[in-house]
Design a protein around this ligand. Structure first.
Ligand code: PMP
Length: 441
């Protein structure tokens, strides 16, 4: 038996060994078949082993796989940047900077925001505000901004302690209000925090348009992002959208923020950009953000050896092309609505599903011990882990998330299948989920 010294000591439990994938299914060494109900980590948005992507990989590998970004650009990287601008731009053009993971995209976004102000002689404007329930990545800068308690707690001494803003979490409103009577206290909290520290010290505010792993899919109420945009403009601070999970069609629009018709100044993309076929992510910065940088030092002070490598760019371009050509975002909307309705029906007859929420094919289920009081399960009950494990035994993959009161580990899962799932397959997914949840309640 071959033992991997690199992998073995880092594993805290025994995972099955995958042999191959096919569409929305994965197969392990024992021949067991799994329905990928969460696209891995909300990533494999066009499913596994797609022939067109494999062909694009081959084609590019035959030409050139690596060039260094300060020696060459490449056709695939240029094509990808143009395509992203075409899909995402509008009033403004966006510049693309390619990196290798969502966390790196966030680190790059932070640096661009801070550099934007420095190039204008403003060296004090360097605090980044984020929300108390959020996840922006595992590297130190990105983790500093993240409200994911479990992922932070070991590294608190290394993290920046920037002020945090209230989450737009209507199921457990931090202000004990109800929308629309609340008049968006959660959005207004950004204003309160900026006023407390002074807008001359704040570079940017960052938010996931729809919160993923840290909140079990939190969709802000109507009007929230319009208010956030207005506050950022009024105080002259940049708005960074972390679209790593929500971007490229996952929620039924090309970007999560599009549901609110709001544009960010800097956008981070990851996961769905390559649908998992290669490590690639991007920080996109608007013309307004780039202008002082281009007029100043003329390049951003960031970058990685493998940034914008032609191999990854070609794969991502093929993925985006596949999504467009097959009108998959329309499918996400249609099948997302179908999945939502089935999950709501399941919640209505189940005593532990407290809330079902999401958009498109990104839907969260929050589990509670008591639906009336919304009392979470005690952490030692390990409800999320039980659901994930039982579902996997039954051949269904679901993504574990954190929910519940801030700072308290609550239970949630994310259902986010590949965009190519059919209605019949959604029926099977929900049946398997119902059987799974039946075993824990
Ligand atoms: N931002 C969000 C919203 C994410 O969901 C994630 C990954 N779960 C990241 C950033 C970090 O991406 P990566 O794991 O690729 O570094």
């Amino acid at each position: 038996m071959v033992r991997s010294l690199l992998i073995k000591p880092m594993m805290n439990e025994q995972y099955p060994t995958v042999t191959h994938g096919d569409g929305i299914y994965l197969f392990d060494k024992t021949g067991k078949k799994y329905m990928d109900g969460c696209s891995g980590a909300v990533t494999a948005s066009i499913g596994h082993a797609n022939k067109e992507i494999i062909e694009a990989m081959h084609d590019q590998a035959k030409k050139v796989s690596f060039v260094y970004r300060s020696q060459f650009t490449s056709e695939p990287a240029e094509q990808l940047a143009i395509k992203l601008n075409e899909l995402i731009g509008g009033a403004s053009d966006y510049w693309s900077f390619f990196v290798n993971s969502g966390s790196e995209a966030i680190e790059t976004a932070l640096k661009i925001a801070i550099q934007h102000w420095q190039e204008q002689g403003n060296y004090r404007k360097n605090i980044i505000l984020s929300r108390r329930i959020s996840y922006h990545g595992i590297t130190i800068g990105a983790l500093s901004l993240s409200g994911h308690v479990k992922r932070r707690e070991r590294f608190v001494p290394l993290l920046e302690d920037w002020p945090l803003v209230a989450p737009p979490y209507c199921y457990r409103c931090p202000f004990r209000q109800k929308h629309p009577d609340c008049q968006l206290f959660c959005a207004n909290d950004l204003e309160t925090v900026i006023e407390r520290i002074g807008d001359n010290q704040v570079a940017a505010f960052i938010a996931e348009p729809i919160v993923g792993a840290a909140g079990g899919v939190i969709v802000p109420p109507p009007g929230y992002y319009e208010r956030i945009r207005e506050i950022c403009d009024r105080f002259n601070i940049l708005f960074i959208a972390d679209e790593v999970m929500t971007g490229l069609g996952r929620t039924g629009e090309i970007l999560g923020l599009d549901h609110w018709g709001v544009k960010a100044d800097i956008i981070a993309l990851g996961k769905g950009l390559s649908a998992g076929y290669t490590p690639i992510a991007a920080a996109l910065a608007s013309e307004k953000v780039m202008e002082p940088i281009l007029n100043g030092s003329n390049s951003i002070m960031s970058g990685h050896t493998l940034s914008a490598n032609p191999q990854s760019a070609a794969v991502a371009f093929a993925v985006v092309h596949f999504i467009e050509k097959n009108r998959l975002i329309e499918k996400v909307r249609e099948n997302g609505a179908y999945l939502m309705q089935k999950l709501q029906a399941l919640a209505a007859k189940n005593s532990t599903i407290g809330d079902v929420r999401g958009k498109g094919l990104m839907i969260g289920l929050e589990f509670v011990a008591d639906k009336k009081t919304k009392q979470p399960f005690p952490p030692e009950a390990s409800i999320t882990k039980k659901i994930v494990d039982i579902a996997r035994d039954k051949g269904l993959l679901v993504y574990p998330a954190q929910a519940g009161k801030e700072g308290v580990q609550g239970d949630a899962i994310i259902i986010a299948p590949p965009f190519i799932i059919t209605k019949q397959e959604i029926d099977v997914l929900v049946d398997l989920l119902e059987e799974t949840i039946g075993l824990i309640s």
